[in-house]
Design a protein around this ligand. Structure first.
Ligand SMILES: *Cc1c(COP(=O)(O)O)cnc(C)c1O
Length: 351
């Protein structure tokens, strides 16, 4: 009795392999000092867990509206942006209209489209890992999708697509979702469009700024659009502990997060410099907290050699355009040094 749509799905791939140094999930290397963790525990201990949380997460939204400089009415919260991607995949247009996204990109756009039985209009990136505009426009003209997902910057390739290309796609009448999960590392945004226009929304998340465990995703839209999406939101989708901890982290402890983000940005640029000087490595530019690189060896082999040396990265070589490519998340300086050492030694052993 289970739908064929669901039977044909393959579960979301995550890297569960154990390793001393995990640079595979683009998390922020935020290690909280003991006193901060005790303070968090104290706040959590006050939660009446027999009670439902605030269904509107009002206090958390207040803090977020302060950070984002938008009104609370412009915000819809999700259990991670993953949940918001689900909502948008149902809410926008009628089910007979498809979903457009460039590939390779974040896998949730494809999974959501499949779950809800919507046609997938997938167009491979050009050789610069940018949107292939002629092919995209021609696919849009023939298959008339109604919804576009744009990862900005794009995961797993790392760069922000050319803004005017995104605008040209939107110009075709597509409701455009700009997924800015890595905003804090790119500083590029469509936020102004999102609060003004009916055809553009922005997604943000706390996951890449040190709070992946809390599962808080943020949709920013014009009030009317936010109001509609909010109607289909599952009640109580942000748990009590998440509301409490996120609020604390975004206020009192936000300086810790900012410092960590700044370290990661500096480290990203250092890693790119070091990788670009390594023989047999091609490194791609990045606006995010991860770096895509290609070696001359089969990706499976290099991935395994790195793991033997205690370093876990993401093998993305099965994706279109990414033959022999791996993706490494930027960690703390000592983690990145360990990665660079492991990479040099792996390359030597494979030669
Ligand atoms: C990591 C990531 C997300 C985050 O999803 P959450 O459900 O908020 O953890 C969203 N979009 C992209 C492109 C990502 O890489």
């Amino acid at each position: 009795m289970i739908s064929d749509r669901i039977k044909k799905l393959s579960p979301y791939k995550t890297e569960t392999t154990q390793a001393k140094i995990r640079l595979s999930s683009n998390e922020l290397p935020l290690y909280l000092p003991e006193d901060v963790r005790i303070r968090i525990a104290k706040e959590v201990s006050k939660i009446p867990i027999n009670k439902y949380p605030d269904p509107n997460a009002t206090e958390l939204k207040e803090v977020l509206s302060d950070h984002l400089k938008v009104k609370e009415e412009n915000i819809v919260l999700g259990n991670g942006s993953d949940e918001l991607i689900y909502y948008l995949s149902v809410a926008v247009g009628e089910p007979n209209r498809g979903v457009f996204y460039p590939v390779p990109t974040f896998p949730m756009y494809e999974i959501s489209a499949k779950v809800f039985g919507r046609e997938r209009v997938e167009v491979p990136l050009d050789e610069n890992m940018d949107i292939d505009l002629p092919s995209s426009l021609s696919a849009i003209k023939t298959r008339s999708p109604i919804l576009a997902f744009i990862s900005y910057p794009n995961n797993p390739t790392g760069r922000c697509f050319t803004k005017s290309k995104i605008e040209s796609i939107r110009q075709e009448g597509l409701f455009t979702v700009i997924d800015e999960a890595y905003f804090h590392f790119s500083k590029k945004t469509f936020l102004e469009d999102a609060i003004k226009r009916e055809d553009t929304v922005v997604l943000r998340t706390l996951s890449k700024i040190g709070m992946a465990g809390l599962r808080v995703g943020i949709l920013i839209a014009k009030e009317e659009i936010a109001h509609e999406i909010n109607k289909m939101r599952l009640p109580f989708n942000i748990t009590y502990p998440s509301q409490v901890i996120a609020r604390l982290m975004l206020t009192e402890f936000y300086p810790l997060i900012e410092e960590c983000i700044n370290t990661v940005i500096k480290e990203r640029d250092r890693l790119i410099r070091e990788l670009s000087q390594m023989e047999g490595i091609e490194v791609f530019p990045s606006d995010a907290n991860f770096i895509l690189f290609r070696s001359s060896f089969p990706a499976e082999k290099l991935h395994k050699e790195l793991l033997v040396r205690g370093v876990l990265v993401r093998n993305v070589s099965y994706l279109p355009r990414l033959e022999r490519c791996l993706r490494v998340s930027v960690g703390l300086p000592e983690e990145n040094d360990a990665f660079l050492d492991a990479l040099e030694s792996s390359l030597r052993s494979l030669t």
